[in-house]
Design a protein around this ligand. Structure first.
Ligand SMILES: Nc1ncnc2c1ncn2[C@@H]1O[C@H](COP(=O)(O)OP(=O)(O)O)[C@@H](O)[C@H]1O
Ligand SMILES: [Mg+2]
Length: 234
């Protein structure tokens, strides 16, 4: 299983009366293989989140296609796309995305509640909370968490249903060195267990966990030479 994007672009209207067009993502092909971890590094404003959100089924491209599990995301109805996304894609969005009225544990369990008729995988949720080191906060509300703890909650939630594709937007933003490594090891572990994982970042710690690295600059994606440790799991 993998994700495959072809000729993907995104333009945004800009300027006075939105008469001009700003190209955030220039035509690119990108694919993500099962069992591997790719990192896209690039500075702020280079188009990383725009690309990731298109890959995640969250932002309609100006042109091009994104295939996940044999389906083209933007040819599906909104409802079918949401269902596929929830089932196959674990998304760690940029910033904070916890529901304030739910506890930490309930927030992690959210993907299982949306469409599933099965009992929620409580044990898996608790294991993930342990792995990201916030198990003691399981009954707290998101408003009681620090920024770094909220990031870790988002990662636990994204991995809950063992998604085939994991897309993480700046997953280690605001984390200390220990937790940065912990989170990257967790994402590496998801890849080793068979997921296709993409980490988008403006930092460079993540590249040492990657099989492939890319850089993004002004909407253009360029493949870098593989890091020395690539192949450790290939
Ligand atoms: N909804 C939007 N409308 C207009 N411009 C946008 C929108 N989203 C992003 N952009 C612009 O696209 C560019 C890339 O943004 P983004 O993908 O968020 O970059 P990155 O994640 O690399 O920091 C930026 O110049 C940003 O201002
Ligand atoms: Mg971004």
């Amino acid at each position: 299983m993998k994700l495959e994007a072809r000729d993907l672009t995104k333009n945004f209207p800009r300027g006075k009366r939105r008469g001009q067009i700003f190209t955030a993502v220039r035509p690119l092909d990108f694919s993500l293989a099962s069992g591997s971890l790719a990192v896209i590094a690039g500075r702020s404003g280079s188009g990383k989140s725009t690309l990731l959100n298109m890959l995640a089924g969250m932002l309609t491209p100006t042109s091009g296609s994104v295939h996940v599990a044999g389906a083209e995301l933007y040819s599906l109805s909104e409802a079918a796309r949401s269902r596929l996304r929830n089932e196959k894609i674990g998304l760690v969005p940029q910033g904070h995305a916890a529901l304030r009225s739910l506890t930490v544990l309930e927030n992690v369990l959210l993907p299982s509640i949306l469409y599933s008729h099965e009992p929620p995988p409580q044990q898996r949720a608790l294991e993930l909370l342990e792995l990201v080191d916030i198990a003691s906060l399981q009954d707290a509300k998101p408003s009681e968490l620090s920024g770094g703890e909220l990031r870790r909650l988002a990662i636990a939630r994204a991995l809950l249903l063992h998604p085939q594709v994991v897309l993480a937007d700046e997953p280690t933003a605001g984390l200390d060195a220990d937790n940065t490594i912990k989170v990257l090891e967790l994402l590496r572990g998801a890849a080793d267990a068979g997921a296709a994982v993409l980490v988008v970042t403006h930092e460079d710690e993540a590249t040492q966990f990657a099989d492939r690295t890319f850089s993004m600059d002004a909407g253009t994606l360029t493949a870098q030479t593989p890091p020395a440790n690539a192949g450790q799991s290939a």
